[in-house]
Structures are given as C-alpha cells and as structure tokens.
Design a protein around this ligand. Sequence first.
Ligand SMILES: Nc1ncnc2c1ncn2[C@@H]1O[C@H](COP(=O)(O)OP(=O)(O)OP(=O)(O)O)[C@@H](O)[C@H]1O
Length: 954
Amino acid sequence: METSEFVIGQRWVSHNDSVLGLGIVTDVSGRRVTLGFPAADEERTYAIDNAPLSRIIFQLGEEIETFDGAKYIVRAVEDLDGVLMYHADDGENIHPISEVKLAGSVNFSAPHQRLFAGQFERNGAFRLRVATLQHLDRLRASPAQGLIGARTQHLPHQIYIANEVARRHAPRVLLADEVGLGKTIEAGLILHDQLQTGRAHRALIVVPDSLVHQWLVEMLRRFNLHFSIIDQSRYDALKEEEDDVDALVNHIFGDDDSVNPFESEQLVLCSLDFLVNSEKAQKDAQAAGWDMMVVDEAHHLEWSPEQASPEYQVVESLSEASQGLLLLTATPEQMGVASHFARLRLLDPARFHDLEAFREEEQDYEAVNQVVHRLRDNPDSISAADKATLAEWVGDDLDELLARDDNHQAVIDALLDRHGTGRVLFRNTRAAIQGFPERQPLPEPLACPPLYDDTRYDVAGLSPEVSVPDEEQWLAEDPRVAWLEKKLAGLRPAKVVVICANASTAMALEHYLQLRAGIRSAAFHEHLSLIERDRAAAYFADTEQGAQALICSEIGSEGRNFQFAHHLVLFDLPANPDLLEQRIGRLDRIGQTEAIRIHIPYLQGTSQEVQYRWFQEGLNAFAESCSVGVSVKEHVEDLWQQALAGDSESLEPLIARSAEETDRLKALLHNGRDALIEMNSCRRDVAEALIESIEQEESSAQVRDYLMQAFDILGVDVEDHSEHADVLKPGEQYQAGMVTGLPDDGLTVTWDREQALHREDMAFMSWEHPMVTGVMDSVTSSGLGKAALSNLSVKALPAGSLLLEAVFAVHCPAPENLQLTRYLPVSPLRLVVDVNGRDLSAALPHDKLNELCSNIRRRTAQAIVPRIRAEVETMVDHVEGLAGPHLKPLQQQALDRLDQAFVPEIHRLEALRRVNPAIRQEEIDFLRQQQDAAREAISHASLALEGIRVIVTS
Ligand SMILES: Nc1ncnc2c1ncn2[C@@H]1O[C@H](COP(=O)(O)OP(=O)(O)OP(=O)(O)O)[C@@H](O)[C@H]1O
C-alpha cells in the first residue's frame, strides 16, 4: 500500500487479528497510522510501510451494516477524497452512507471475502484445512470410528460388543461377560465411542464405593475420559458455591434447590451408596438428565414382585432420566431370576414386560437354537415344519423377513430379539474366548478346634470365628490362622490375595499377620475410606516395597483387579456360588499370566468341609467358572441345608444330585439360552474385520504426519524421544488457543499402541486423542487456511494466469440429537478451475499442487489481491456451479442410510407391540417424527465453500 492511501475515516481490517473487526483510520501522522477498532474497543498504531492492514471496499450488490444495525445493499460507490460514500438501498430507497458509519463488527466468513479482506494464509494452512476435512470425512465413515483411541489390547469379544452397542442410538444393554473378561473396558469403549461420535455428551457412572477410584483411573488412563467424582462432601461444597444473589433469590422464593451439582459436570462418577443415602442427591442426579448411565456390579439391584431394594429403586428412577443405560454384572442371576428379569425390564420395557412369560419362554430356547442353526447351515432350504415353527414365533413378519436379501440373518435377528434376551444382553464366557490360565484348587483340611464346637454347622459354620467374642482367642486357636502364617512364609515373596466373608475377620487377620507374624500385609474392606482402600491396593501392587498379602473382605474386593497375583487363599467359603466366582475372578482376569493356585483351608467335620466338597465335587466351581451354581443351589436347597446342618447322610446325595443337575443345566443352557446369547455376543468375523480396520487406521503413519503438519503451523515444537515416541513442547509461535492439553513443560507421546500399553507415562496419540480431535475442531471452526494465495511456475500455462482450487463440505444445520453426521458425512469436494470455468480438478491433483505451489511474499500478495478480485469472483461462481450437482446424490445417500437405521427399529417396535400392549404408540410415533425431522433437515443441506487457494502462475 502507498503512504498516501491512508485517509482519516477510511475502513481497514487487520489480517493478523481478524477478531478486531472493521477498523477506522483516526490519525495519520508522519510514518504512522492509528486505527480505532470499535468492535474490540481498541486502538492500534502501525508503521505505515508495513502495516498488516487491508482496505475494505464493499462491492455492488454486497450487504453493508451501519453501527445502528440497519442493513443495506450497495448500489453505487463514490470516492470523496479517499473516503467512500456508498449509495445503498434498504429495500425502498437509496441512501448515501459514508463508510465512517459502518458497523465495527464484520465477519468475512466466506473464503473469498477473507481473501479480499487480506485475511489469507500461506499454502501450508490451506493444505492443513483440506487434510483436516478429508481426515474427518474418512474417520466419520470408518467402521473403526470411536474405537481407535482406547489404550487397550484389541480383544475380539470386547470390540464386537463395543461396536454393536455403541452404534445404537441411546443403547440400553446388560453387559454380563464372566468375571474379569473386561466389562469395565467394554463400557469404557462404548462411552468413548458415543462421546467421540457426539451420540452422547453427558454420562453418569454409578458403582459400589470400593470401585469409584478404579473406575476414575481406568476411564482416564485408557480412554482419556475425565470423570468428576461427586460424593457427599463435593456435593455439599458445590451446593454451597451458590452465589449471594442466587441465595437471596432462593430465599425469597423459598427454594433451596436451585444449584444442581450434577449439572456442573458432563461426566460424573459416584457411588450407589451415596445416592441411596441421600434423597436430595438422588433427585438432583435425576433432574440433571443424562445421555448415558453406567451401573457396575448391577447384581446388587435386588428385586422381587413384592419388594424392590432401595438400590433398585434408585437405579430405576435414574434410568428414566437417562437415554442410554449400561448395566454390568458377571453374575446376573446372583440375586435370583426375578431380579435378573427386573433389570432386563429397566433396559427394554417393551420386550420384558411379564416375568411369567419370560420364564415360560425359556422352554423354547433349545428349539429356537436348533432352528437358528439349521437356518445358518442351510439358509436356502427351510423345511415346511421349521417354517411353521418360525411363523408361530415371528408371526406375520415371517414372509416379509424371508423376502429380504439377507433373509436368513433377518430371521435369526428377529428370533434372537424376540426369544431370549436378544439385543439387550451380552455375555462372553471363558470357554468361548479360550486361552485363560488353569485354576488349581489346593484343599487344606485342618482339624476343627473345640472352640467351634457350637458353631460347626449351618451357614454360621462357614465363618465360625465371627461368633467368638474374643478375637485373640480365635486367632490363637483357629488352625487356619497358623496355617495361613506358614503358607505365606512359604510362598514369600509371591503375592497372595486372601479373601474372607467378613470385614471383622479381615481386620483381625491383617493385624495379626502384620504385628505378630511380621508379614507385610494390608487389609481391604468396606469400612476403610476410599483413599485408604486405594492406598492399600497400591501398597499391595508395589513390587519392590509392597505388601505380600492383601486381606480382603467379600464386598471390599468385588470388582478389583489383582491379576498380577497368582495365589488366592479362600480363608472361608461363601454360601453363594456366584460369590465364589467373584472371588476367584479377582485373579482370573484378562492379564493373568500364570496358573491360579486356589488355596482352600477348611475345618474338617464342619459345614466348611461340606461346602468345599459341594463346590468341588458337586459344581466343579473351583477349576471352572460355574454360571449355573445359583440355579443348582435352588434345586438342591433342602439337601444343601441338611448337609450344612451336619446331616452326614445328605452329603453324598447332595453332591450326586448337584453334579447331575450341573451337567443337565449346563447342557440345556449350552444348547438353548447360552447358545442364543453367545450368538449375539461375539461374531468373530465381524470382530476381526473391525480390528483390522482399527489396525489399518493405526498402522498408517498418517496421524503423526497430520499432526506434524498442524504443529508446524500452530507453533508446537517436536523433539525426538525414542522409537515411536516424541516430546511435544510449546514453541515460540505457539497458538495456545488452537491446541488443547499441551502442558507448558511439554508432553511425551507415543504413536504406537503396544508401547502405550506398557508405557502409561506416555500419552497415546491416535486420531481420537483429545489433542488431535481438538486440533481438528480448531481448524474447522476457525478461519485457518480458508483462503490462500500462491504461486505456480509451470511452462504449460502462460505467466499471470489464474487458477482457483476450492474445497466444499456438506453443511446441514439440524438439532444435535438427530445425529445427522451419521447419515450425511462431511464429504469434502475438491475442484480446480481457471477463469474460463474449465474444470482442471483431475489434471491438477491436490498433492501435485502442494508439491508445485510456492508461497508469495505477504506484501506482494497484498498488492495482487485487489487487482484479481473480479477474476476470483468469476472463478468462485464457476466452482459453485460445478459443485451444485454433487449435492443431490449425497442427500439421496443420506436418506437411504436414514431409512436403514429407522425402518427396522420402527418395524421391530410395531411387531413387539402386537404382543405387548405396554409399548406405547407414542414411542413409535416419536421414532417416525425423528425420521421426518432428519429427512427435512437433509433436504436443506448445502455444499458450502470451505476454503480456496488462488494460484497465480509465473
Ligand atoms: N482390552 C484390554 N486391554 C488391556 N487390559 C484389559 C483389556 N480388557 C480387560 N483388561 C484388564 O483386565 C482386567 C479385567 O477387566 P475389567 O475390570 O473390565 O473386567 P470386569 O469384567 O469388569 O470384571 P468384574 O467382573 O470383576 O467386574 C482389568 O485389569 C482390565 O484393565
């Protein structure tokens, strides 16, 4: 620009700092010019010869706005001694409007407007923008989306479930894998996926007290999900944070509940006990509303037709306030079939509405399974008999299902959905997954001391020490104590988990071992605070200075991860077989590397011996996971009670009947219910294809390449750390606002999953790491790279020719809950034209241009832009013309995807409604309305110009 160009009253913008808005020249003196920026309420002075300013001249037909908010269309422009007078029309008359009167806020959102306003960048920024759009599009369409970022091993059964569940809108399911197979990880994967894809924003996790911290840590280290714990003290503190004005208003209106601590966070973790004990907190949690709720150890939600437990009631009311619901339990029937049914009803009331009908249906499972197998093996020739059976089960839908392209799968899905626990229950077993270490029961019969003469039998005989008032006495006389001391000394330094039923036993034992026997140990039970429990677990986990033994109570240890230990001492045996499985599951979990030695000291001639033999010989529950234990116990309850009561005649029949019933039930379930559930819980081929696509995303070095490109522009320095790892640090040109989560002193990152699994000190960078998604968001939501000017030196084109490279993306404003990006992706469209409108997109690919284009010096570029304005506008018209026809097919594709998602679900509800009047017509209508709203929004989609690169040949 020339010195003489600046005149007081003219309007200019800063191309370094677009947020300042439209500046007005207030002073020109000597070699300096001063501008006021009314929108930002700032004044800036620049050296005239290198001021980063662009003159703003609105063109005929463009809209202008005055400082009082009136809008006009420019019809003529007159230069009055350097200051412009616009002759502009308000729809009725033409008004003379001096540029001095223009509003201070101006938003050059269209790429070419930014170019003309001098807000353009170098090639790299445009490349970054195009790359960002392309990656976003690829990632959103990838079957791996949502599953890429977790710091976990890719285990097929988990990936399958995560994908199956997370793809649903507001999923409601029971995750019931056997103990230790990774339900927490599955829930984390589902949450991560739903949050990542925008299907969910607010999530509440409700767990037993003892698991709060473990969940907090697992969510953070494995999924980068920062949950906030709300317990009683935090709840009270947040309630008190209400400011004075609120307090006064609430006082006047007699309302002390206006602050809802559960609304202060998006991701909340709290204990079920806290909610059960605080009605106020419960109400607030309910009022806050959630997209997803996770409840761990859901077998505690006891229910019977006569009475629901307080835990069940709390979860029931919260589940109504949450769209999605994940219930987790390894032992769903621990509290009986009725409780199991009641939990299923929380998940899918349309499907589970009648306990008796549910029980009756179980009779059909085997027959259903057989038909499913025949359909699978021989999809094209269904026998007339099978067809008749199917018609009975699936009703009028059968013909429609058989007419589909994927008919046999459609019939199987309908069967699985309507018979059995179908879509809502997922359960993987060790037997199906395989590769788990052996469990070796090591019984230790011990003589029963006279101390327990009165408490040898019944359930009390399982933990007779509880009835002895003098703790010192039982510690001295119970042979299990001396045995334990000796066993630990013999196993040293191996880590040993000791589990007993009661906290009082655990405390006494730990005290004894620590102080009398000099064995480093820690207690772990429900009377310890959360911090004390975590401290104890950490002390036990410490391989150098840590405890050798962790003495746990039943409740205290539930859900915890102790697979680094290989020895388990069952100081006593529980009455309930599912509790035994929960105990062994502390060690028998993913990550266990050795055979698990299960030491079982029991007192001979007492109910402990009965229980040992029953578990060992009747249920084989030590060596193998026994999911039918509770049902077998119900079947032999009387005999079991008698045997436990000391009736020696009952023991052998108890064992024989139990073994028989165990075999019978296992076979029945294997052929019926479990087979159906298994079919639903992991389809290997699907899981393997998913893992392959996740690994494909990872194995290409793209994420690192992309970030390097971004960091170069955003001022992040990258230092080499070691193979696969780098150290990221804010550099001199660091744009803090564009990068999230980079500490001032840097961050060590790894790009490799394997390394991430054993180097938890390094952040695992993937396409779904918050820093990467944050950079992508910053690029797309800011103007970065929207406009660039560059030089291309090629012989084929005469010097001074102009080309325009443009990128478009689909825009479809719609309420977020419609989740339109699932159907209508970003779909970046790249086009290249010359001033004559020739389509050169194929002849000049993006990568080629990146290679050949060079940057133009800023001052030269500033001088060029005003001179090429008309040609650029013509070329923008050309690309818009070329882009137009691409929209319709994208919309059609989106409509098809929409139908694929909605039609089967509407159909399913309609089918279920015929047998279950509890399904309300409104539910079906709601789905239809959602579908209509999405259709409407898709019809208004447009292709928006996202970025341009103007290329000047030389
Ligand atoms: N994919 C995985 N990659 C790495 N570690 C895993 C994976 N899945 C599970 N684990 C580890 O295995 C252990 C068991 O997992 P998790 O706690 O999720 O099991 P669970 O089924 O919830 O157990 P429980 O029935 O005891 O509640 C944990 O230590 C977990 O971190």
